[in-house]
Design a binder for this molecule. Structure first.
Ligand code: PRT
Ligand code: ZN
Length: 283
């Protein structure tokens, strides 16, 4: 393979973050809204901009080598592809939801009921696993208005904040699947050197996103306690300051325990704490 082809969403919820991820990987390309293909100038990669629904099949059929798409779309299209990397964005849940005044109380109550959805395959499998036969009504958009119009007793759709459900008089009944954006490839091609290199770049960007670079000054007498709190990628760097008895500590900390650690560090007398974003972490 001389040039790798990646399929990403042309427009929609995943487009911006997909483009940003590739740019953060150091890839240079034009992102014209009108073009369907863009050539990366500093890596043998071609970007295909597609409807998200087409991406899993394009990858399975070899039109694209890899693709970036929501797990929900992969599951719905029932393709046989390799999951190469979870990407941590585009997170959502697929839920069954019912009108606020519905009499449905248990999953068994869905027997014979009509459920509107754009994801008939995922829902069909879930109902079959639970031995329920319902009338799945395939609707391609605005699924949430269907109970109000008397077209269905419930819906099965993507929920993120829950605002769309609430504003349509619906409430979640149960979670069926969690989803996020995933990098997929054809099975058997996972070891292609271009794919491996791109995944390494993506992982270095994802790792960096979860961490912050911290620099602080502390008295040597408290250094051991501070070092115990800051594991760093390997171990923190300690540099002497011109003021005797003081050192500067450089380290990397997880974004999620950022505030806990900053407060603890302050209580150990740490001063001049500087926290910086990290672009990439290459292990
Ligand atoms: O044009 P194309 O076919 O490419 O795009 P699309 O219109 O099919 O998909 P798009 O761009 O809406 O979503 C792309 C992907 O983003 C989905 O396949 C999911 O993997 C992911 N995603 C994450 C979401 C949401 N969050 C989301 N909230 N996709 C859709 N929604 C919709 C949902 O359908 C519902 O209408 O947002 C509404 C619910 O949101 P809340 O916040 O009100 O709960
Ligand atoms: Zn779509």
């Amino acid at each position: 393979m001389k040039t790798l082809k990646i399929a990403i969403q042309k427009s929609g919820r995943l487009n911006e973050k997909s483009v940003q991820l590739l740019k953060n990987c150091g890839l240079n390309f034009e992102n014209y809204k009108s073009s369907l293909i863009s050539q990366v100038s500093n890596f043998p990669l071609e970007i295909l901009f597609l409807r998200d629904d087409d991406i899993p099949e394009y990858v399975q059929d070899g039109i694209a080598d890899i693709g970036l798409v929501g797990e929900n779309v992969i599951a719905e299209t029932e393709v046989d592809v390799a999951y190469l990397q979870r990407l941590g964005f585009g997170k959502c849940d697929l839920k069954i939801a019912i009108p606020n005044n519905s009499t449905i109380q248990t999953l068994q109550d869905f027997e014979g009921k009509a459920i509107a959805t754009s994801y008939p395959n995922i829902l069909g499998k879930y109902l079959a696993q639970n031995n329920i036969t319902a009338d799945i009504k395939m609707i391609s958009g605005s699924v949430e208005i269907s109970p109000g119009l008397g077209l269905s007793d419930a819906i099965f759709d993507i929920v993120s904040t829950g605002g769309t459900l609430r504003s349509n008089g619906l409430k979640p009944f149960c979670d069926v699947m969690a989803s996020e954006a995933i990098l997929i490839g054809r099975k058997g091609e996972e070891n292609n050197h271009l794919i491996v290199e791109l995944i390494q770049r993506i992982q270095s960007v994802l790792r960096a996103k979860e961490t912050k670079y911290v620099v602080l000054n502390v008295e040597k007498t408290n250094l051991d306690k501070v070092l115990q709190m800051l594991p760093g990628v390997k171990s923190p760097s300690v540099l002497p300051l011109s003021e005797t008895g003081w050192v500067a500590v450089h380290s990397v900390i997880q974004e999620r325990d950022f505030w806990d650690k900053i407060n603890e560090l302050k209580s150990l007398g740490a001063q001049g704490i500087v926290v910086m974003p990290i672009e990439k972490i290459i292990l």
